[in-house]
Each structure stands twice: as structure tokens, then as C-alpha cells.
Write a protein of this length. Structure first.
Length: 248
């Protein structure tokens, strides 16, 4: 199937058939925020905590040769994660290129596999939740995350790219003791700022490339112009996307 037809089918399947995102335009805007100008052609990606696989399938449809989606909840999950993943994969005909494994990152050990891109979308704090909470006040917690980043590096090709998307620790609503109306489920103490992740990455064999800040998808470029910065994120969702490159 020609790539553009496959990409169009991806958007139709993700938004209309399975309701994984509210609309094609919103999904495209968010994917551009997460991936920027990455060229997936012929590359490999590891999607850590990838859930229903929407990012994995997008990468494959854009030309990735192999994608592995790690989703621990898929092992005996009653949430329908695996069922949705398999249905989307079959609909897109990607059985030979996209795989889901019910494993956490630290249990994944495919010796001969190295990835060009590793994505941690809203999953970095779950790799060791208590260590993430204690990161700023505990050397032991810092050593644990340093070991995690070195493990990630060992799974990457030279000059591979790491993408970390998550909420920062700092948010206006939390600072004044109010529940955030946009993301009321976030427990801010379980997250860290991109500057702290970037500092730790610099110590563990990565070169941070930059940070993007989320804005509201429906507002498109206008919202991005006003809210796609640290201050705009601070008064909304505090969501960031940090990219780093493995030092060859």
C-alpha cells in the first residue's frame, strides 16, 4: 500500500473506528508536537508504555521498519489495551512491523536489538515511581534513574534519539492548592521538570536537544503561539516534550 494511503488509513482508524483521539486534525497536531520533524523511513522505534499503540502505528505508517511497543498492562489487562492494539494492527496490515510486549522497560532484554528512536510518552515517572518522587532529595533515587538512562542508552543505536513527554512538577494550580481543571488526575509530586531530566541525561551519555511545551490541540497554531512556552504550560497542563541524542 502506498505510504500516504496507509497514513490516511491510520488517521481514519485511530479517530473514527477506535476513537483513540478526538479528530484527525487534533491527532496530527499532537503528533507533530511529540515527534517534530523526525523522518521514520527505515528506522526502528521502541515505544515504552505505549498503551494502545497509537504512536507505534503512526511511526510504522510513516516508514519505520520495526516498532516494539512495551505495555506492561497488556499482560492480563481487562482494559482492552491488547484487543485494541491487535484490531488496529490488523486493520493497518502491520503485523510484520509492529509488536506489543507485556513488559516493563527494565525487563525487556532482546540482546541483538538496537533502536534509532525510543519514546517515553507519559511513562518516565512510572519506570520507578518512588525514585521519581525522591529524585531531588535522594542520591539513591538519582543513581536509580541514572542506571535507567544508561539502560536506555544500551538499547539505542549510536546517535539514536530519545523522546520524553510528560508533565512537569511545577504548575500554577498546584502551587495555589487547587486541582488543575485541565488535568485533574495529575499528582504533581510524582513528576519532574524537563531541566532536571536534561541534567541527568547529560550525565549519562545523552546530549539534550531541546524542550517543546504543549498547547491545546484544538487551538492549533494560535494556541501554540500563546501557550506553547514555559509560562503558557505553567498556567495550563505543564506538559513538555524533551528530546535528547545518544552521544556516539
Amino acid at each position: 500500500m502506498p505510504q500516504q494511503l496507509l497514513v490516511d488509513r491510520f488517521f481514519d482508524t485511530a479517530t473514527r473506528t477506535h476513537n483513540l483521539f478526538s479528530s484527525k486534525n487534533n491527532l496530527q497536531f499532537y503528533l507533530d508536537y511529540i515527534f517534530g520533524n523526525i523522518d521514520f523511513t527505515g528506522r526502528t522505534m521502541l515505544d515504552v508504555g505505549g498503551g494502545n499503540g497509537v504512536f507505534s502505528f503512526y511511526a510504522a505508517c510513516k516508514g519505520a521498519s520495526r516498532v516494539v511497543c512495551l505495555e506492561p498492562e497488556a499482560d492480563g489487562s481487562s482494559s482492552g489495551v491488547t484487543r485494541t492494539f491487535l484490531e488496529v494492527r490488523q486493520s493497518l496490515g502491520l503485523e510484520d512491523r509492529v509488536t506489543q510486549l507485556p513488559l516493563p522497560l527494565l525487563d525487556y532484554n532482546e540482546a541483538d536489538c538496537r533502536f534509532d528512536i525510543i519514546l517515553l510518552h507519559n511513562s518516565i515517572n512510572h519506570l520507578d515511581e518512588q525514585a521519581c518522587i525522591d529524585l531531588l532529595r535522594s542520591e539513591d533515587a538519582r543513581h536509580k534513574y541514572a542506571a535507567i538512562f544508561r539502560r536506555i542508552s544500551s538499547l539505542m543505536e549510536p546517535s539514536g534519539q530519545l523522546i520524553i513527554a510528560d508533565c512537569s512538577r511545577h504548575n500554577l494550580f498546584d502551587s495555589i492548592g487547587l486541582k488543575n481543571p485541565f488535568v485533574p488526575q495529575i499528582e504533581w509530586e510524582k513528576h519532574q521538570s524537563p531541566s532536571h531530566w536534561a541534567a541527568l541525561l547529560s550525565e549519562t551519555g545523552f546530549h539534550p536537544l531541546g524542550v517543546r511545551w504543549s498547547s491545546f490541540n484544538r487551538a492549533r497554531d494560535v494556541g501554540k503561539a500563546f501557550l506553547g512556552n514555559w509560562l503558557g504550560a505553567y498556567v495550563s497542563t505543564s506538559h513538555f516534550c524533551l528530546t535528547a541524542q545518544k552521544v556516539a
